[in-house]
Design a protein around this ligand. Structure first.
Ligand SMILES: [Zn+2]
Length: 264
């Protein structure tokens, strides 16, 4: 946002984004905010309604310009046909982890720019120029990343939650199993044992987890299959070297390539 915006993040890369606490310091920030920017698609359903209520801030309520949900701007993958919340399905509106698709990000950036123009028309030119610059840099980076990532095409990966699926889809990796039996439900030892039996006959190339996740089950499986575990940053700050959105993508591809070389 440069000189015209100041921001505060409700979460850190080490936290599970499904489970954030609406703590008093966060409520105080929400009280004075002109805009709230979330992923949406129910990722924040466990804490955002409370935060909005407690903030007493009319500018950021759901029907206002100051309420921006990124997932509302794009199509979601994995939208369930039927929802059984009793089974712990925390992705009832489809997969909310949209930020790892660089194409969707560009659509979101454009929509967000429009929202800023509406909220702060005095700095219209600044927001438009910033977006154009971002778009140019992003498109150049996209070509580079796709070249870099070409050895990953078609490789078989086991995931632990569908939090990385937009990136895996974009890079044409093939998800063959999920360590979580249902979104948000940790694996039982019986589930892990049955995965091991299945995967022994058709070994994956990699097991991928996000930096914020516990990787005990993944390590157990990896040790028995002799397959590398790749820990991806998931978001900015998820790895010491990742302090920007473009480094998030670059570093993730590097880590996947390193895992593949190590395993092969
Ligand atoms: Zn999730």
């Amino acid at each position: 946002g440069g000189d015209h915006l100041s921001s505060f993040s409700a979460t850190t890369a080490q936290q599970d984004p499904h489970h954030i606490e609406a703590r008093p310091s966060l409520i105080a920030k929400a009280r004075s905010a002109d805009l709230i920017f979330c992923t949406g698609a129910e990722l924040e359903v466990g804490w955002l309604p409370l935060l909005l209520r407690q903030s007493g801030n009319s500018r950021i309520q759901a029907d206002q310009q100051g309420y921006f949900m990124a997932a509302d701007q794009v199509e979601k993958i994995e939208v369930p046909v039927t929802i059984d919340r009793s089974m712990g399905d925390i992705h009832a509106s489809g997969n909310p982890h949209i930020h790892l698709d660089p194409y969707r990000l560009l659509i979101i950036a454009e929509a967000f720019t429009q929202r800023l123009l509406a909220l702060d028309p005095a700095h219209q030119q600044y927001y438009l120029e910033s977006f154009e610059q971002f778009k140019q840099d992003w498109q150049r980076a996209l070509e580079k990343w796709q070249r870099m990532a070409s050895p990953l095409k078609g490789k078989k990966v086991v995931i632990q939650h569908s939090n990385l699926n937009y990136m895996l889809d974009w890079l044409d990796l093939q998800v063959v199993s999920n360590i979580e039996p249902k979104p948000g439900i940790p694996p039982s030892s019986r589930h892990l044992a049955s995965l091991l039996t299945t995967l022994k006959n058709d070994k994956p190339d990699l097991i991928v987890v996000a930096a914020y996740q516990h990787d005990k089950g993944a390590r157990w499986l990896a040790g028995r299959l002799d397959v590398p575990v790749v820990k991806l940053p998931y978001t900015v700050g998820g790895d010491d070297s990742v302090n920007s959105l473009s480094l998030l993508f670059e570093r993730s591809i590097q880590l996947l390539l390193e895992g593949l070389n190590h395993g092969g």
